[in-house]
Design a protein around this ligand. Sequence first.
Ligand code: SF4
Ligand code: SF4
Length: 391
Amino acid sequence: MPIAKPPEMNRRDFLKLGLMGTTSTILGGNALAEAAQMYAQAETLALPTPVYRTLGRTGLRVSVVGFGAMLTPEPEVIRVAFEHGINYVNTSRKYMAGKNEEIVGKALKGFRDKVYVATKIQTELNTTEAIVRDVEASLKALGTDHIDVIQLDANTDKDRIFRPEAREAFTRLKEQGKVRFFGATVHKSPVDVANALADDKSRFFDTLLVAYNFKSGKDLTDAIARAAKAGIGIIAMKTQTGGYAPSALGSLSPHQAALKWALQNPDIAVAVPGMRNLAELKEDSAVMGVPLKADDRRILQIYGAAVQPYYCHLCGACEGSCPHGVEISTINRSLMYAEGYRSHDLALSTYREIPPPASASACLDCAGCVAQCGKGLDISARMERARHLFG
Ligand code: SF4
Ligand code: SF4
């Protein structure tokens, strides 16, 4: 439930509320209680000194832990991160039914010259004019005159990054000083898209936002290395494999270990874990400059085994084997938003982007599931779960 901040609430009250009033997806009960005690004694939150890396050919020096704002209901949580030197924030108008950019915009007040802002165009836009209008709407919502990284969202295959209307629109906006750098984002087919960016002679895109975590295969790590070598700044998302809270680990959090795993790869310039509240900000920012250790690897082994039955790599490899063209990876991503992130709105809005004939309802007309997942997911069961949750 979003945190409501009463008018008379002071900053100290808010810091406590931000910690205790929101169900943490990361900390277990004991850790929450300990952290609550700590904040009761401290006026402000002490976060570690950030570590910075260069975001590819943009040359921007960004904190290795950036702020994924997609689930953050309160601008004040983002401002605390900015105050402590976290200087990259990732948002989209799609998040929170359009409100997320406004939340980031409020957080930016007084920090605009210290922070780099990345947002995305809406997935369904097909004309240059529509894309330009969309970015101008983002500028308004963010309350800024420029966006540092404008991202072409949801590249489901490598051909989408060559869409002329998107390139025309981005180029025009850059000439007008409204955007600085161009990014691509990918969920499905990340290896193909990363390789296509590496091979793109036009060097149009400067960054790639890609799901990357300890469950990722060597093929993706290699493709990321090629893209990084070509000057693409790599931004890692879904570093926590969906934010699931498996009971196998009890109150022990796997999320620091997962974030460390992603950041041990020097080709990752910045990770943008979603942070709802101060507890999550504290936990995620604490990994900056801390190496992955043997204990972390053990935690990830247990965590990896626990999420194995439902963690989808979003590779899309199964979709060719489904005779009805069901968008299995996007459906699984919707389930991740529902079950892992526990974000009802994001799950539903993602699911509703799928054309109805390619939704999980198509499986009702199927004699028997023949779609194959090389990672061992029971696709039929996941589709049934999607129908149960999303109707
Ligand atoms: S269900 Fe399996 S094959 Fe299909 S996208 Fe997910 S991980 Fe890839
Ligand atoms: S049951 Fe399996 S093969 Fe049949 S439509 Fe659904 S995903 Fe495709």
